[in-house]
Design a protein around this ligand. Sequence first.
Ligand SMILES: Cc1ncc(COP(=O)(O)O)c(C=O)c1O
Length: 299
Amino acid sequence: MLQKFDKRNENLKIWVGDQLLNRNDAKVSVFDSVVQGGDAVWEGLRVYEEGVFLLDRHLNRLQESAKALCFESIPSNDHIKLCLKRTLEANNMSKDTHIRLTLTRGEKITSGMDPRLNQSGPTLIILPEWKPPVYDNEHGISVITSTIRRNNPSFLDSKIHHTNLLNNIQAKIQANFARVDAALMLDYFGFAAELNGTNIFMSKGDKVFTPFADACLHGITRGLIIELCEQNNISCAEKNISLTELYNADEVFCSGTMGELTPITAIDGRIIENNSGIEMSKNLVSLFEGVRKNFCVNL
Ligand SMILES: Cc1ncc(COP(=O)(O)O)c(C=O)c1O
């Protein structure tokens, strides 16, 4: 298993609604929409010594997800920042921290699907934990291709970063049974979409490719990598990528707040062989690390 219980997280203070609660008391109502229907949106944030990474981009995506789902009385970014600051201060956290920021549609007056039953505004949850990047970024990870397809906008638009994660969780279960670290999910047409919790990139020679953000989350880290390529004259294109192209790539890697940039060394038991010798992912990691502090915000 990639993650283990960290004793430093035993006595966390967690923000729920409008207050900080001890880990064991931090609970939502059984009438909350997240319990009733997975009806919530979320962001993963990483805190470095220099501050919270790409905070505004994450908060703006949260706002857009909540707006798309027609949440009412969505808290402003300024309000969320204030709650984040209070939570980090209460836990004495200023580095090596991952925050799971969730906004549910809130409590319902009775159980049911209808959002009109939500009459008391959303519930904000800020769960900070001591957590280094989850994957082994030095040695990389192995993945399998899942039989579970990633949603496209005809079913549930992946532009909404919602907590309804069962298709990703099913894919992760397949990866667990196959004893690998993560699952590669294809889109409806059979092209690569993303891993169950991160975006995917490949390089061939000096060119970088990533799937269109049609059936994958438009990851904030993914967006930054595309920008870094543009700024450093590295050719990077969004395109349909088949499994054949991935098996024959020089390098494959994934990106996300949870693990930063991680090499994928094998897909379906096939070792990814770098025939060009160009170490694109190493290059991108050093560009990423070089700009990281510029994108950190102190609350
Ligand atoms: C399914 C999925 N893909 C990709 C990502 C990576 O996105 P980001 O770079 O914004 O963390 C996430 C992160 O939550 C995710 O859940």
